[in-house]
Design a protein around this ligand. Structure first.
Ligand SMILES: [Fe+2]
Length: 261
């Protein structure tokens, strides 16, 4: 039975592949690809897969174009890439009323303290209370927990809910710019392109509210030196906020608008 299901024709795959080949033909004519270049590409792609870098490569170089094709003309906050560093199962963060939520961190977590405020509404301007918000970002060594950081799993990762006005406030640290991994075929590609490997500092944030499309996006900070040349091209003007210096901490805020399903 399972074998029969596996052999079932998938019309969508056929439709998309036919379109891909159609456009590939004109692309090949324009690029004048020769056979050696084709075999070099297959070899590189094979190494990319064997090194486990396919998700990295796709998320950095393709995901933003998929999102722009889907959303750039739609109302609501523009999505940005999910990226390869999201993990399921982050802890629930709660706080007393009026107090900020505190993202899980080490007692001696290095970095500048950040209070980030946000509001979530729908495209008609109605606040979306009780929206599930997931937040994750890197630490002061420019690394993500659960991946290459020395920090415990789920450090600087958490989920929480907006209040009755669609508001939330989180205490965490200011994320910092980071380099994507450069020691494999993805780094090789960057060298061919003479492209640096940096991403501007960003918070990853994902919103889920009943009757609304899940919004996966990122928050960037004005003045970051990598905004213009983000290797993953994830920056959108409306995702920029200002880091305000408050002496012993920084503050920033941004509002988010979710699209109905
Ligand atoms: Fe990231």
């Amino acid at each position: 039975m399972q074998q029969q299901q596996a052999k079932k024709k998938n019309q969508r795959v056929e439709e998309v592949f036919d379109l891909f080949i159609k456009h590939m033909k004109s692309f090949l004519q324009e690029a004048k690809l020769n056979h050696e270049e084709y075999t070099n590409f297959v070899d590189w792609a094979d190494r990319l897969g064997k090194k486990g870098e396919l998700p990295l490569y796709a998320d950095v170089f393709l995901e933003t174009h998929v999102l722009q094709a889907m959303y750039s003309k739609m109302p609501g906050t523009q999505p940005s890439l999910l990226g390869p560093y999201f993990v399921e199962g982050s802890p629930l963060v709660e706080s007393e009323p009026g107090q900020p939520l505190v993202l899980p961190k080490r007692p001696d977590e290095p970095g500048e303290v950040l209070y980030f405020k946000g509001n979530v509404s729908n495209i008609d301007g109605q606040p979306l209370a009780n929206t599930h918000v997931e937040m994750w970002h890197n630490d002061n060594s420019a690394k993500y927990s659960n991946f290459d950081s020395d920090a415990p799993d789920f450090n600087l990762r958490g989920h929480f809910y907006t209040d009755e006005n669609g508001d939330f406030e989180v205490k965490t640290i200011v994320p910092i710019p980071y380099s994507i991994p450069t020691d494999g075929p993805t780094g090789e590609f960057l060298e061919y392109m003479d492209q640096h490997s940096m991403r501007p500092a960003h918070l990853h944030i994902m919103f889920q509210a009943e009757g609304h499309e899940t919004l996966i996006t990122q928050v960037f900070f004005e003045g970051d030196e990598w905004l213009e040349t983000d290797v993953a091209e994830g920056v959108r003007d409306e995702l920029l906020t200002k880091l305000e210096d408050k002496g012993d901490h920084k503050e920033a805020s941004l509002d988010f608008v979710m699209r109905p399903l």
